[in-house]
Design a protein. Structure first.
Length: 433
């Protein structure tokens, strides 16, 4: 076990260096003398432009809001280690330094939201033109070929059903809910009791848009833990749902059987590219993010091949701005390394362009619901925090729990800032919207 020192009250988790080798390994001399100097200069420049307070161990503070009461706070416990990791790994190093306890924040979500609001301009434009020279590239073993995809999915979704049960609601929905009334000046923040009804609202809207009803043949790409399949079967549909997660398949089958729909729903461990048959409706909830940039044409062409004449497609997808999608499509990120290997977010334009070029499908309508995802993630993170002891008892150490907290709040910041969105798309054959 490696134990980090704990100056100035820093949270410094003890961790298994064999499990977290890149946290135990510090950059070499060249990185310390060159990359670290560049990173330090850039970090101080960024801080001077953002409304944040960055506190040093000696009590001094930097940042445009260094002396503003209530400003989001970043507490650097080990500035040298933070800068070295930042210089060696850029945004990967930023996340790893949090995992290692080099820095902390009393309100991580608020802090990361400030960074997310300026995501496109954090790095000066001249350096952005050199992006290909210094950012990490996606390892070949994580690209979503048919040989790699099952491993990529397993690394996230097969962590432990019991772990996911600690922070998801009773619907076991691991995607954005759809809250009613968000965005109005009089609206209040949703509470935990609001989450399950909002998840049901999300699913029922997708099923409505796909025209799922009595006798409908439904294909679901990406099973989750079975909630959508159960609700489709309840409408009288026959459902085939496919997943590459053995853990999800096992629990989804159990939940479907307990609901009384084992005869109407099949849960197959199968790559979407290998699905056969003909279906009146194809639905997929936040699965396209795991497809990979190179495989979007294959994904939509597969749906086009499987969809019966007159059928409908309803997809829920996390999206990012098109220009940022183009700029980052070859970048290897902290999220890839620790959370979703092989994943990448499309833009709305990319979905429209790919379907227009490679299929007979056209986007006929879409609903933006990013504010709902920000609140979904907030509720998940709060729930995760209240179940720390249970999660620890499942074998997830302090580094994992810090990593997961960072992931949930990092994601929430993307939606709260408007940098990310989540949308429900409806596609049919024929003219576009």
């Amino acid at each position: 076990m490696t134990t980090l020192s704990s100056p100035h009250g820093a949270l410094s988790p003890s961790f298994d260096a064999s499990r977290w080798p890149d946290l135990a390994r510090m950059p070499g001399t060249f990185t310390r003398t060159f990359h670290a100097r560049v990173a330090k200069r850039l970090f101080y420049q960024v801080a001077s432009r953002l409304d944040v307070r960055i506190e040093m161990p000696d009590g001094t503070a930097i940042g445009r809001a260094a002396h503003v009461p209530g400003a989001p706070v970043m507490r650097l416990h080990r500035p040298d280690r933070f800068i070295e990791r930042l210089g060696a790994g850029a945004l990967i190093g930023f996340g790893e330094s949090y995992m290692a306890g080099d820095w902390d924040s009393p309100d991580l979500g608020a802090l990361l939201t400030v960074f997310a609001e300026r995501m496109a301009t954090l790095v000066p434009e001249p350096l952005q033109k050199l992006r290909a020279l210094y950012v990490a590239k996606m390892p070949g073993a994580e690209r979503n070929t048919t040989a790699n995809t099952r491993s990529n999915i397993s690394r996230h979704y097969d962590l432990s059903n019991a772990m996911f049960e600690q922070f998801l609601d009773e619907t076991m929905s691991y995607s954005s809910a759809l809250f009613d009334g968000l965005g109005h000046t009089t609206s209040t923040l949703p509470e935990w009791s609001d989450l399950a009804p909002a998840q049901a609202r999300k699913v029922e809207r997708l099923l409505d848009k796909a025209h799922v009803g009595e006798g409908t043949r439904v294909l679901e790409i990406g099973t989750g833990w079975g909630e959508l399949a159960i609700r489709a079967a309840r409408r009288g549909a026959t459902v085939r749902t496919v997943t590459l997660s053995q853990e999800q398949q096992a629990l989804a089958r159990r939940r479907i059987a307990d609901a009384g729909f084992a005869d109407q729903v099949s849960v197959d461990l199968l790559d979407y590219r290998d699905v056969d048959g003909t279906y009146d409706a194809v639905v997929s909830v936040e699965m396209i993010e795991a497809v990979g940039y190179e495989y979007w044409p294959t994904y939509f062409a597969t749906i086009d091949r499987l969809l019966a004449p007159g059928g409908s497609v309803a997809i829920q997808a996390i999206t990012m701005p098109h220009d940022r999608m183009l700029a980052t499509r070859n970048t290897y990120t902290w999220v890839h390394k620790y959370i979703f290997p092989g994943g990448f977010l499309p833009s709305t334009q990319a979905i429209q362009d790919v379907t227009a070029t490679h299929t007979s499908l056209r986007v006929v309508e879409w609903l933006s619901m990013g504010s709902s995802y920000a609140q979904t993630l907030r509720l998940w993170d709060e729930r995760f925090a209240t179940h720390t002891e249970a999660i620890e008892a499942l074998g997830f150490d302090s580094v994992f729990r810090r990593m997961w907290h960072f992931y949930l709040e990092y994601s929430r910041a993307g939606f709260a800032s408007g940098y990310l969105d989540v949308q429900q798309f409806v596609l049919r054959r024929g003219a576009a919207a």
